[in-house]
Ligand binder design. Structure first.
Ligand SMILES: [Zn+2]
Length: 91
């Protein structure tokens, strides 16, 4: 049996044939899914660790969100689509 670390879904099995005709298995880690914007679903291109919401929102949704957040501080209601972001921030 293979090592416990290789018995998981994160590992991809690759079968290859040796010159002697034998089939062997090689294990490789699967590629992770690309991140997408939580609001519009657009794929996030680059991720800067220092940037706010860099792994959650695309640039245009971030701009909209920051505006809504500033307006919320002045007493205006925050749009429904952004409320889950504020909840996760409070925790
Ligand atoms: Zn977006």
């Amino acid at each position: 049996m293979v090592e416990p670390g290789k018995r998981t879904k994160k590992m991809r099995k690759i079968f290859y044939r040796t010159p002697g005709g034998e089939t062997r298995t090689r294990y490789k880690r699967r590629k992770s899914k690309k991140k997408s914007c939580e609001i519009c679903g657009r794929q996030i291109q680059g991720k800067r660790p220092g940037r706010a919401y860099s792994q959650k929102l695309c640039p245009s949704c971030l701009e909209e969100f920051l505006k809504a957040k500033a307006r919320a501080e002045e007493g205006q209601p925050i749009p429904l689509k952004f409320r889950h972001l504020l909840k996760s921030e409070a925790e």
